[in-house]
Design a protein around this ligand. Structure first.
Ligand code: ADP
Ligand code: MG
Length: 618
């Protein structure tokens, strides 16, 4: 048999390498920005068209390249950053593998203009799919401009799997930010489709964080710093009261590189424990620096996973440093703890999710009772009064039903026929809430158990979808219009879905610079934190459209419904349970939530009867 093995042509090898290094426009952005930083630039401009699908251009005022280097830089394993294997253990530059430019040139149309500071003329170079199309001298500013056009033009599979422009732009913004967060001494500009998205002047670290996160952010963070001879940790942590409902504002950097580190993340969470509620996430921007030899940055091709030699030491330092910083700023666990205890009841008081006016049929029902309960339930006065409440709610029922008379027993064949309502007798006798989570009742054919959250989710979802499709909704005016600032990527998204939010009843005006005024909200929307609500909607929306690829309107209706639907753990009055149940059964699809979770479950009387007649058990 003849020999079969041959070396791949460079262009093919480069394309394969590109598959690993360049997954989407954002990866090219990252590589180009890092090269500019390695070249010593103090001013870097990123210009993007169509979320990078048409153009990614990085201009820097760094060292520039000679004619030969310009040509060489596109060869694979061509780097000016390491010479020998030992250098790998002392890396202080962002790149070193010499793969990025070769990879990008294999899958795009690339133009380079570069000039050394002490030369009159620079170099123009055009490369397409690894082929040099032209190279000639030409005039240009000192430094380098690389333009990457039509990324993946020759890898249709990759191009096809790119996400929407909004999604790809968010990835780009994320990469851009990760770089900008660690190089506050460098000026950065990001322009997308001729609009300035960011303009960061060289500044202090805190100013840079505020410049990225939006004005007002400075109020929300406190500094921290701690060092030993082996490791330095510094940066900013978010005040607990501003903890987010979603992850996102959590950044670790090691030796000026964005990293992910679940173990160290745990140290931060640990330090914040008791200060923030479950399922809230503290914000942090933490900068770790160690000797390059003590960090292994190369266990992952895109280099976000790293290993520290002193993992445990860093964990301990981090945790104690955060605790110390929180204490110095007078943020101690006991302060917030009380708030947390009363959380549930505050929810009960404000923002009643169901706006229909109740006609309290139960004589025991006293709408003014809640404030009294709230004080009762504070730590110390707790359990006993909670017990009394419980009894109050169920007493009449227990009393009557424990000694039922013939007439009082619901007879499933005739009781309900008299009314058009599905649930037609006194709510307090008809609805139990179990575990502040399930509504138990009965209908003609059997017992019904409703999941309060899932049911309300379905109701709101259909209502919102209806608003979006009919292009009409009810908006209630804010007494005091609110001015809200968002992080630029959320601001971009908000602009994009503003017309849809309008249909849902939000009245939002764009003031520019990532700031908005909101002077109307949906009629069903409780008076709680509008900013948090919008953020939750944006996060949900991102998840839905990116991960699940769902239609915009459906995704929005779903996000808003998910954000506004009543939670498990919320105590409901019988009348509220009644309204909720009636509304659920006027839905088009009452059975399931939009995500496919069960809203209710019926055990038929036949089943019950069978169960009790069965002779399985002796
Ligand atoms: P690496 O960054 O890993 O060395 P790249 O493929 O990203 O590999 O770049 C190859 C080489 O091209 C770099 O080592 C550097 O010498 C040169 N280079 C790339 N971009 C620039 C730039 N913006 N300014 C100056 N030199 C650059
Ligand atoms: Mg590089």
């Amino acid at each position: 048999m003849s020999d079969l093995i041959k070396l791949l042509p460079d262009a093919v090898a480069n394309q394969i390498a590109a598959g690993e290094v360049i997954q989407r426009p954002a990866s090219a952005v990252k590589e180009l920005l890092e090269n500019a930083i390695d070249a010593g630039a103090t001013d870097i401009k990123l210009v993007i068209k169509d979320a990078g699908k048409t153009l990614i251009q990085v201009t820097d005022n760094g060292s520039g390249m000679s004619q030969t280097d310009a040509r060489m830089s596109f060869e694979r394993h061509a780097t000016s950053k390491i010479n020998q294997a030992e250098d790998l253990f002392a890396i202080r530059t962002m790149g070193f593998r010499g793969e990025a430019l070769a990879s990008i040139a294999a899958i795009a149309h690339v133009e380079l203009k570069s000039r050394l500071h002490d030369q009159e003329l620079g170099t123009y170079l055009v490369i397409e799919g690894s082929r040099v199309i032209s190279q000639k001298p030409g005039a240009c500013p000192a430094g380098t401009t690389i333009s990457v056009k039509n990324l993946f033009y020759n890898v249709p599979a990759r191009r096809k799997f790119l996400k929407s422009n909004a999604a790809e732009l968010r990835h780009i913004i994320e990469e851009f930010n990760r770089v900008a967060f660690v190089h506050e001494d460098i000026a950065f500009t990001l322009i997308h489709n001729n609009n300035i998205v960011y303009q960061h002047p060289a500044s202090t670290l805190k100013q840079r964080i505020v410049s990225i996160m939006g004005s007002g952010y400075g109020e929300k963070i406190i500094p921290m710093k701690q060092g030993t001879d082996r490791v330095e940790i510094s940066g900013f942590i978010g005040k607990p009261q501003y903890a987010k409902k979603t992850r996102g504002e959590q950044y670790f950097f090691a030796n000026k590189r964005y990293i992910r580190h679940p173990y160290l993340h745990h140290a931060v969470e640990n330090a914040f424990e008791e200060l923030i509620q479950d399922n809230s996430f503290p914000s942090y921007f933490l900068y770790i620096s160690v000797e390059p030899a003590n960090i292994d940055i190369n266990i992952h091709p895109t280099k976000t996973e790293v290993n520290f030699q002193d993992n445990q030491l860093i964990y301990a330092i981090l945790k104690s440093a955060i605790s110390k910083s929180l204490a110095q700023h007078n943020i101690t666990p006991s302060l917030d703890f009380e708030q947390e205890q009363s959380f549930d009841l505050e929810e009960l008081e404000k923002g009643k999710p169901i706006r229909n006016p109740f006609t309290p049929k139960d004589v025991q029902y006293n709408p003014f009772e809640t404030s009294e309960r709230k004080t009762d339930l504070r730590p110390g006065g707790g359990q006993a009064s909670q017990q009394r409440d419980w009894e109050k709610l169920y007493d009449p029922l227990l009393e009557r039903d424990s000694r039922p008379t013939e007439q009082e027993l619901p007879r499933h064949d005739d009781v309900h026929d008299k009314s058009t309502k599905i649930f037609d007798i006194e709510a307090s006798r008809k609805f139990f809430q179990v575990q502040n989570k399930y509504i138990v009742s009965y209908i003609k054919s059997g017992m019904i158990i409703i999941d309060q959250h899932n049911a309300h989710f379905r109701i709101l979802y259909e209502r919102f979808l209806d608003h979006l499709n009919k292009k009409a909704s009810v908006s209630q005016k804010e007494l005091f219009p609110q001015q809200l600032s968002f992080s630029p990527d959320n601001a971009e998204l908000l602009k994009e879905i503003r017309p849809n939010l309008q249909l849902l009843g939000f009245n939002i005006k764009d003031l520019g610079k990532n700031t908005f005024v909101v002077d109307g909200r949906p009629a069903d929307c409780p008076q709680d934190d509008l900013y948090a609500l919008l953020e939750r909607i944006l996060e949900n929306f991102k998840r839905n459209t990116e991960k699940l690829n769902i239609d915009k309107n459906i995704s929005l209706a779903r996000s808003l419904a998910a954000s506004l639907s009543i939670r498990h753990g919320k105590r409901l009055q019988p009348e509220e349970m009644e309204v909720l149940s009636e509304q659920l059964f006027s839905c088009k699809v009452p059975e399931k939530t939009p995500g496919g979770k069960l809203c209710f479950w019926i055990i038929s009387f036949d089943e019950l009867q069978k169960k009790f007649r069965s002779t399985d058990a002796t």
